[in-house]
Design a protein around this ligand. Structure first.
Ligand code: FNR
Length: 361
C-alpha cells in the first residue's frame, strides 16, 4: 500500500504486514465457518442511509453522555484480549489513544497490562470487562481492583461459558501467555493437546455454570454500574433489565463464539424495542466505517464499541495508530452526520435509515 492508510481496511493490511501469522489470525478470526464474521460486516451494507438536505450543518456536535460520562463521540474501545501481542506497550498504548481522542476505554479481563498500569497511564474514562472464573474469589478481587483504580463500570461478558471454536487458533496452536493481572494468583499459561491453548485456558478457568441469578452476586460485590455484553434477543434483554443491569451491549463477540448467531446489526432494533428506553443499549460487531456508527445509532444504539479496528491501529503504529483509527472513524461519522442533515447525535433517527426486512439476516 502506497502512502498513509485512509480507512480501517488499510490499517488491517498494515497490521497483517506487521504481525506474526499466529497473532494476526487470532485477532482477525471468527468461529468455525466464519459465517457470522462475514455477516457482521456485510449486514451493514444492506442498510441504506436516507439523508435530509438543506439543513444547516455548519456545526456538528458528535458528543454524547455514557453512564454519566461526557464523551467526544458515541464510540468506545471494545474490550479485547492481549494487546501486547499486537504492540509491546499493550493496553497502556490503547488507553492513551482513547484518552487522546476523548473516548471510553474498555479493558479486557484478559489484558496483558494490569488494571493499575492502565489506570495510572492516562486519564481516559475506563470500563472493566470481566469473565467469571470458577475461582470466584479471583474475579471478585479483579472487580475490587478495578473499582479501587477508578474504573467507571463493569462489563460482564455473558456469551462465553466456553470458548468458541476458532480453527485458525487450533491450527496455529495459539499460545496462552501469563496474563499480568493474575500474576501471583494463578497461572494462565495453559498447554493443550488439542491445539488452541487459549481454549484450554478458558476451559480451565471460566465458570460455565454462570447464570442470571449470579448477577445478584456481582451486584453484591461492587457498587459500579454493570453492563451485560452479548445479548442478541429480546428475551435476554428483558431478563437483563429484570436483574437490574445499567445497560446492555448487543454483541456476538465479534463472531468468535457461536457461528450462525445473527449479525449484530440485524438484531439491534429488536433489542432496543424490548428495552423500551429503560437502560441504554450499546452495540458492537463489524463497525469499520463512520456510516456503520450512524446506522447503529439510527437503529437505537447509544454508542458503538470498536474491536478489531482498534487492534489494527495498535498493531500498525502503537498508540499513534489507535489514535488515527479512532480519529478516522470520528471524522467519517461527522461527515456522515453532515451529509445526512444531522447536527447532533439526537438528530439521528430511525427514519434516517432503510432496512430491507427479510434480507437482513
Ligand atoms: C474480542 N472480544 C472480547 N470480548 C470480551 O468481552 N473480552 C475479551 O477479552 C475479548 N477479546 C477479544 C479479542 C479479540 C482479538 C477480538 C477480535 C475480540 C470481543 C470484542 O469485545 C467485541 O465484541 C468485538 O471485537 C466487536 O467486533 P469487531 O469490532 O471486532 O468487529
Amino acid at each position: 500500500m502506497a502512502g498513509e492508510p485512509v480507512n480501517v481496511n488499510e490499517f488491517q493490511e498494515l497490521a497483517r504486514q506487521s504481525l506474526p501469522k499466529m497473532y494476526y489470525d487470532y485477532y482477525t478470526g471468527g468461529a468455525e465457518d466464519q459465517h457470522t464474521l462475514k455477516e457482521n460486516v456485510k449486514s451493514f451494507r444492506r442498510i441504506i442511509i436516507q439523508p435530509r438536505v438543506l439543513v444547516d450543518v455548519s456545526k456538528i456536535d458528535m458528543s454524547t453522555t455514557i453512564l454519566g460520562h461526557k464523551t467526544s463521540a458515541p464510540i468506545m474501545i471494545a474490550p479485547t484480549a492481549m494487546h501486547k501481542l499486537a504492540h509491546h506497550e499493550g493496553e497502556v498504548a490503547t488507553a492513551r489513544g482513547a484518552a487522546a481522542c476523548d473516548v471510553i476505554m474498555g479493558l479486557s479481563y484478559m489484558s496483558t497490562c494490569t488494571v493499575e498500569e492502565v489506570a495510572s497511564s492516562c486519564n481516559a474514562v475506563r470500563f472493566f470487562q470481566i469473565y467469571v472464573y470458577k475461582r470466584r474469589d479471583i474475579t471478585a478481587l479483579m472487580v475490587h481492583r478495578a473499582e479501587k483504580n477508578g474504573f467507571g463500570a463493569i462489563i460482564l461478558t455473558a456469551d462465553t461459558p466456553r470458548l468458541g471454536r476458532r480453527e485458525a487458533d487450533i491450527k496455529n496452536k495459539m499460545i496462552a501467555p501469563q496474563l499480568k493481572n493474575f500474576e501471583g494468583l494463578i497461572s494462565t499459561e495453559y498447554v493443550s493437546d488439542k491445539g488452541s491453548n487459549i481454549e484450554a485456558l478458558a476451559a480451565g478457568t471460566f465458570d460455565a455454570s454462570l447464570c442470571w441469578k449470579d448477577i445478584e452476586w456481582l451486584k453484591s460485590i461492587t457498587k459500579l454500574p454493570i453492563l451485560i455484553k452479548g445479548v442478541l434477543t429480546s428475551e435476554d434483554a428483558i431478563k437483563a433489565i429484570e436483574v437490574g443491569v445499567a445497560g446492555i451491549i448487543v454483541s456476538n463477540h465479534g463472531a468468535r463464539q457461536l457461528d450462525y448467531a445473527p449479525a449484530t446489526i440485524s438484531v439491534l432494533e429488536e433489542v432496543v424495542h424490548a428495552v423500551q428506553g429503560k437502560v441504554p443499549v450499546f452495540f458492537d460487531g463489524g463497525v469499520r466505517r463512520g456510516t456503520d456508527i450512524f446506522k447503529a445509532l439510527a437503529l437505537g444504539a447509544k454508542a458503538v464499541l470498536i474491536g478489531r479496528a482498534v487492534i489494527y491501529g495498535l498493531a500498525a503504529k502503537g498508540e499513534l495508530g489507535v489514535k488515527q483509527v479512532i480519529q478516522m472513524l470520528k471524522d467519517e461519522f461527522e461527515l456522515t452526520m453532515a451529509l445526512s442533515g444531522c447536527c447532533s447525535v439526537d438528530d439521528i433517527t430511525r427514519s434516517h435509515v432503510k432496512t430491507e426486512k427479510g434480507r437482513f439476516i
